[in-house]
Write a protein that binds this ligand. Structure first.
Ligand SMILES: O=C(O)C1=C[C@@H](OP(=O)(O)O)[C@@H](O)[C@H](O)C1
Ligand SMILES: C=C(OP(=O)(O)O)C(=O)O
Length: 429
């Protein structure tokens, strides 16, 4: 059913950020390799994360689940079982990339297949390094896209330079490297999310991190220590309220439990540079830092997002661009060409859908120019099956005149934010 959102008279209240999708994937995958029982609490109840659990179960990992808490029985030195059916990865590229790296050190055949858009997403970034480590990995389109077939075995460590700052590719290589012979080094052109590094370190591995773009793992088939970990809330969904709270003329919103990992807070830097009034309170540290954010109405002005900031706000663009549409003056986004490779082609789909609401956006080869100063009017829009676009369009509906309709195939609630619609209605009431 399409979601219909009307302009909010004001936006007030406290919302709790739902669990981080990326960290949820990583926590259960790493726990499956531990020698013993791990406890992961606040696991995201979303479609992508359910597929990661389904894949682990097919690989012989036992777990029990009670609401958001998952007890994972790690396989340790015994290793994973061979899956007898294709592992379904649905719309989740993270599941496909991570599980391919996880199974590569096993002498097993694993087939991974997604749906529709996922089967167009680039996989050479994991296929090439996993092959260099000794796995046989096949993909469609000359070894560049899903479905994937991984025939694993004994791997050797590599020194691999990714030509894109992809944390999913880095994690895929790191998962293979944990059980390879000898050390592995992964280099990225810019710093990108480091959740895997933090969790692996907490599980007893000596992670070498002298530079934020380089990570080294020792390899040599070590067991990981079990994990007792609570997944923090996600910045990439807090962004909807940070943007709505900034650009709505009568707003005061508090968002609790937001992960403040420095590799994820680029959008705070971007919004603050545009004049946003966002305060960070109660910051606590742990494997991941967490804080409460309070945002109040402010007049935003356009900015330039330079390539170095892009990986640190990569999933926030669909929401951030709404702020750019309503700021005074133009915003230029550079170095963001990989947005074409997400759950939708986010340069094209985001521009196309905000234009329907009255925004002026020129897409460039590596980003876009957003004119700013838009007067948004409700229209019928489409999420293109991409939760972050769907949730951003619903957020735009709070600011546009009249009614905004979002065709969304259920993704608005199902992928990353089960309570999104309830939270949106409550803030606007
Ligand atoms: O590491 C991760 O969990 C993710 C990294 C990013 O993808 P890339 O690695 O493709 O940039 C991001 O867009 C994705 O939603 C999750
Ligand atoms: C791109 C995303 O996820 P994935 O790469 O796992 O499909 C996302 O959720 O924004």
């Amino acid at each position: 059913m399409p979601l219909v959102v009307s302009r909010a008279r004001r936006l007030r209240g406290v919302v709790h950020a739902p669990p981080d999708k990326s960290i949820s994937h990583r926590a259960v995958i790493l726990a499956s390799l531990a020698a013993g029982r791990s406890r992961i609490s606040n696991y995201l109840d979303g479609d992508d994360n359910a597929l990661t659990l389904e894949a682990l179960s097919q690989l012989g990992v036992a777990f029990t689940r009670d609401e958001g808490e998952i007890i994972v029985e790690g396989v340790g030195a015994a290793g994973l079982a061979e899956a007898h059916e294709v592992l379904r990865t649905g719309r989740s590229a993270a599941t496909m990339r991570f599980v391919a790296g996880l199974v590569a050190p096993e002498p097993h055949l694993t087939i991974l297949s997604g749906v529709a858009r996922t089967n167009e997403r680039p996989m050479a970034r994991i296929i090439d390094p996993l092959r260099a480590m000794g796995a046989t990995v096949l993909g469609a389109n000359g070894g560049t896209t899903p479905p994937l077939a991984v025939l694993g075995g004994s791997l050797r460590g590599v020194d691999w330079s990714l030509d894109i700052a992809s944390a999913e590719a880095k994690t895929s290589i790191m998962l293979a490297a944990l059980r390879a012979e000898g050390p592995t080094t992964v280099r990225t052109p810019l710093p990108c999310r480091d959740h895997t590094e933090r969790l692996v370190q907490a599980m007893g591995v000596d992670v070498g991190r002298t530079d934020p773009t380089v990570v080294t793992l020792p390899g040599d088939r070590r067991d990981l220590l079990p994990l007792d970990f609570r997944v923090p809330g996600e910045m990439s969904v807090a962004v909807y309220w940070l943007v709505a709270g900034s650009v709505h003329p009568d707003a005061d919103i508090t968002i609790t439990d937001v992960c403040m990992n420095p590799t994820r807070i680029g959008v705070l830097e971007a919004l603050t540079s545009m004049g946003a009034d966002i305060s960070v309170v109660n910051e606590t540290d742990g494997i991941e830092p967490v804080a409460t954010l309070r945002v109040r109405s402010a007049q935003l002005h356009g900015t330039t997002i330079t390539p170095d900031l892009v990986p640190r706000m990569i999933d926030e663009f669909p929401g951030f661009i709404l702020a750019a549409c309503l700021a005074d003056g133009p915003t230029v986004i550079q170095g963001a060409e990989d947005l074409r490779n997400k759950k939708s082609n986010r340069l094209e789909t985001v521009a196309q859908e905000y234009r329907k609401l009255g925004a002026t956006i020129d897409v460039t080869s590596d980003g876009m120019t957003v004119a700013g100063g838009a007067r948004l009017r409700g229209a019928t829009t489409d999420s293109h099956g991409d939760h972050r676009l769907g949730n951003s369009l619903a957020t735009a509906g709070l600011l546009a005149e009249g009614e905004t309709v979002i065709e969304n195939d259920g993704v608005i609630a199902a992928t990353s934010y089960p309570a999104f619609i309830e939270n949106l209605r409550r803030l606007a009431s």
